[in-house]
Design a protein around this ligand. Structure first.
Ligand SMILES: Nc1ncnc2c1ncn2[C@@H]1O[C@H](COP(=O)(O)OP(=O)(O)OP(=O)(O)O)[C@@H](O)[C@H]1O
Ligand SMILES: [Mg+2]
Length: 398
């Protein structure tokens, strides 16, 4: 189906196991050529960037689809976790019937994929055609600093001190335990009542639980979409969830890796996908993602795929730690300059010249691959499952 010639990104030697079909080489005249594959046998840190509407989320969805379509023997090595801030990956269980012909020209056909959808308890009833599972995070997985960030409390204020004291007095607690602890403390009425109000508010988000753990999303071979779109105007809670999740998965994999040295793998390797990643970089979540996942994630087997419209907003660390950058059309000077500053020496032409080869083709991208020290112009393949990120179409409703 793919012909003889192929390009392998993220891997130096050949082989046909553990490959994701990403798309095809894009020639200058717009015609597409040899297939391009991504390696998953090794951990990777991938940044997808590009301006609005040129294919970041679509490309992310294509990579997720390829995981869901891997043969079970390889797929069961992984757990795929998608932090879905806009609720656009939740329709991957439905086939992409609209692009049937295009898919067939690629030897593919529309396909609804086997995914699990998780949402906070108060939002699980929002889906028409799927049964969403309840997602909770362990209340004790967040530090006093995380809680202060979430509640907008200065950690050095009397409120911050009382909150930190209540958190540190127990190993495992629910939000209600914290409220009870603070109410019985000798804090002033003012401190007690304002913390009471704030903690009651976060209890209503129905996301914290004393007994939660992440075993459900760590089933070998599972593709887990965590839909946080219901928290539309609450970026604080989304970043706390990402901080808790990424910290816990890091700890789980570090511990598992130690045991794997002497036995076989019981805990899957993790690929985490975060769209709109700029939302998290200035928060506690960003610290964990940069310091633990990007800097130290290779050894415990943690792979991270981030997508953003604004690569300049992610900071130099992210650009320099990514071992692959998939860059769709980009026109803002700040963003092009940020990529230019991070341009490796094997990319011989300036970033703006390389990007000019993409024209305005949606789904076309320049891919810079550190493993093979090469860069390529690729058109990402069409999606087999429904993409939820397209813009709404205005119809005549007369
Ligand atoms: N590889 C592709 N093949 C075919 N169509 C594509 C491809 N990539 C993107 N498109 C088209 O472009 C539209 C926008 O893509 P996408 O939702 O990925 O944008 P985006 O870059 O994530 O934008 P935003 O920054 O607004 O989230 C898709 O709905 C789809 O119609
Ligand atoms: Mg998008």
């Amino acid at each position: 189906m793919y012909g003889d010639k192929r390009y392998l990104l993220g891997r130096r030697d050949g082989g046909s196991d553990g490959l994701l079909f990403l798309g095809r080489y894009l020639a200058l005249d717009g015609s597409s050529g040899s297939p391009v594959f991504l390696d998953v046998l090794k951990p990777h840190a991938i940044l997808i960037c590009g301006k609005r509407g040129y294919g970041k989320s679509y490309t992310m969805g294509t990579i997720i689809e390829e995981f869901a379509r891997l043969p079970a023997g390889i797929r069961n090595n992984f757990s795929v976790i998608v932090v879905d801030t806009m609720g656009i990956f939740t329709c991957m269980g439905s086939p992409n019937l609209a692009e049937k012909k295009y898919l067939e020209s690629e030897g593919l056909s529309p396909e609804g994929l086997n995914i699990k959808i998780f949402a906070p308890g108060i939002h699980t009833g929002r889906y028409d055609d799927v049964d969403a599972l309840t997602f909770k995070i362990p209340s004790s997985s967040l530090s006093p600093y995380d809680y202060c960030e979430l509640l907008g409390v200065d950690p050095l204020s009397p409120h911050g001190a009382v909150l930190a004291g209540a958190i540190c007095s127990r190993n495992k607690f629910s939000i209600e335990d914290l409220i009870a602890e603070i109410n019985s403390s000798d804090a002033t009425d003012d401190v007690r009542s304002s913390l009471n109000g704030l903690l009651t508010m976060i209890s209503a988000w129905d996301i914290f639980s004393a007994d939660a753990d992440y075993s459900q999303i760590m089933e070998p071979g599972s593709v887990n979409i965590i839909d946080l779109s219901g928290y539309g105007h609450e970026p604080g809670i989304k970043s706390c969830i990402v901080a808790s999740l990424s910290r816990a998965l890091y700890d789980i994999r570090v511990e598992a890796r130690r045991k794997e040295n002497t036995g076989y793998r019981r805990t899957p390797l993790v690929w985490m996908f975060i769209d709109e990643a700029h939302m998290f970089m200035d928060t506690g979540a960003g610290n964990v993602l940069i310091n633990e996942w990007l800097r130290q994630g290779r050894q415990p087997g943690l792979s991270l795929v981030l997508a953003t419209q604004r690569p300049s907003a992610l900071g130099r660390d992210v650009l320099s730690q990514a071992d692959m950058i998939i860059c769709h059309r980009l026109t803002l000077r700040d963003d092009i300059e940020a990529l230019e500053k991070a341009r490796p020496s094997y990319v011989k032409e300036p970033v703006n010249e390389a990007l000019s080869r993409l024209g305005a083709i949606r789904g076309a991208a320049v891919i810079v691959d550190d493993t093979t020290e090469s860069y390529h112009v690729v058109k990402v393949r069409p999606r087999v499952s429904l993409h939820g990120g397209g813009e709404p179409i205005v119809r005549n409703v007369d």
